[in-house]
Design a protein around this ligand. Structure first.
Ligand SMILES: *[C@@H]1O[C@H](CO)[C@@H](O)[C@H](O)[C@H]1NC(C)=O
Ligand SMILES: *[C@@H]1O[C@H](CO)[C@@H](O)[C@H](O)[C@H]1NC(C)=O
Length: 435
């Protein structure tokens, strides 16, 4: 792979200061240098015009043909997907038996190694999800004993077993720089995310243990409210429990900021999202959410929330990784590549192109958009946006760099808070009577 300065994934070119320094020389030396530079330039021009297509990838210029352009871009800036549900498929179909899961063959569902490679995937968050408990089982204060923490540990385990089963393909990572170095080695950077506060057993200690096991985001809610925050549910009209974050939910976010666990706002209610954006000191993510103005379902993000995202002082940095679930994308039968691109463009129009990403939800959805049937199809979405005028820097932001910026931002906040000597949070859920 080319060096970092030429790769859209890693930055936007060499510093101008470096270039300027070269020219501050004595006049005679300068004439010589200009001569040499001119000769080099002419040779480069000739080579360039002959090998334009080949050289294009190297210097970052993309060919006109959208399919070729997508492939070229993804060579240097591969997809980093915010949400893939392979572990829950392993649970429901294979009883979490990694021996039985053959990722080199064509696996049931949307994900296996040949298709990941074809789709030019450089990394993804393995979602470690277990479903919401029934409300009458868990009780109105979420206090009855459940198996949710055990089941989450099992999902972390099966994800790790599958990552380790294919060491030449997957590399388990926990930081933004580790993601980049795994990609540079040709591996698929593998991160873990926990998809719901209900999986934390009402406990901030459990949050810290999940971090120690390698988990790097927690979605504040799934489709149910929990001790920390309100969910948006699935259907409109769900009654809030806390009107956003509970007081323990605010402490949870503070601890997530301190340890470097990303706050994921997919599945949360609009009030939870607004309050979390205000409360978080670190950049946040939506691991798999689309735009409500494009398709009006509660799981999508309204414009007023999107407008709170940004990098100035009054906003919070974030990346919204667009969900492919047809039910969230468009009217029945109308979800396709163009419709998903509409979500990307709408989020970009409100929040900015630096704030979009991809969170397909593959293996967690029962149907898929036309043209985005599995992980081999991401290039079609990149080609579509290229056709709509997105340049290579904007596209490489979408494919992964925006997410990496947000991860790096959250890592810095954690370092700063720890350097300040901020104490861990020892708050206990106030409805618990055992502690
Ligand atoms: C796990 O899967 C393998 C391969 O299909 C099978 O041979 C083995 O018996 C399974 N293990 C259990 C405990 O079911
Ligand atoms: C759960 O807790 C509630 C109290 O909140 C109790 O009334 C109910 O019987 C419990 N349900 C189960 C299945 O244990």
């Amino acid at each position: 792979m080319s060096n970092g300065e030429q790769s859209p994934l890693l930055g936007e070119g060499p510093s101008l200061g470096q270039q300027a320094r070269i020219y501050r020389r004595a006049p005679v030396a300068r004439a010589t240098i200009y001569g040499i530079l001119t000769a080099v330039f002419v040779v480069a021009l000739i080579l360039g015009s002959v090998y334009w297509e080949k050289l294009g990838g190297y210097v970052g210029h993309l060919p006109k043909d959208p399919e070729k352009a997508a492939k070229r871009l993804l060579d240097v800036a591969p997809i980093i997907d915010g949400h893939i549900d392979l572990p829950i498929l392993a649970r429901s179909r294979f009883r979490n038996n990694a021996t039985a899961v053959d990722l080199n063959g064509e696996l049931y569902g949307h994900v296996d190694i040949p298709r990941l490679r074809k789709g030019q995937v450089g990394g993804f968050f393995w979602s470690t999800y277990v479903g919401c408990p029934k409300e009458d089982q868990v009780g109105e204060d979420y206090l009855n004993a459940t198996w949710l923490v055990r089941d989450t540990l099992e999902q972390i385990d099966i994800a790790m077993e599958l990552i380790q089963k294919y060491p030449n393909t997957f590399e388990f990572v926990g930081t933004s720089t580790d993601v980049m170095s795994a990609i540079r080695r040709g591996r698929i950077a593998s991160l873990l995310g926990v998809e719901g506060g209900h999986q934390l057993g009402n406990s901030i200690s459990v949050l810290r243990q999940f971090y120690r096991l390698g988990v790097r985001y927690v979605t504040l809610t799934h489709t149910c409210h929990n001790a920390f925050a309100d969910s948006c549910g699935m259907e409109p009209g769900i009654k809030p429990r806390w009107n956003g974050l509970s007081s323990l939910g605010k402490v949870l976010i503070e601890e997530m900021n301190r340890i470097g666990m990303l706050v994921d706002l997919s599945h949360t209610s609009d009030d939870t999202a607004r309050q979390a954006l205000r409360h978080s000191k670190a950049p946040v993510i939506w691991s798999h959410s689309s735009a409500r103005a494009v398709h009006d379902v509660p799981r999508n993000i309204p414009d007023d929330v999107l407008s709170l995202i940004g990098t100035d002082d009054t906003r919070t940095d974030a990346v919204v990784m667009v969900n492919f679930a047809p039910y969230f994308v468009a009217e029945e039968g109308k979800a396709d590549v163009a419709a998903v691109a509409d979500h990307v463009e709408h989020i970009a129009a409100i929040a900015g192109r630096k704030h979009v990403g991809i969170g397909s939800d593959f293996d967690g959805i029962s149907s898929t958009p036309k043209g985005l049937e599995d992980v081999s199809k991401y290039p079609a979405l990149i080609a579509e946006l290229y056709r709509r005028g997105w340049n290579r820097f904007e596209l490489s932001g979408l494919t992964g760099r925006n997410l990496l910026r947000v991860m790096a931002g959250a890592e810095r906040v954690a370092q700063d808070l720890q350097a300040m000597g901020l104490e861990p949070k020892y708050d206990v859920y106030d409805k618990r009577l055992d502690l």
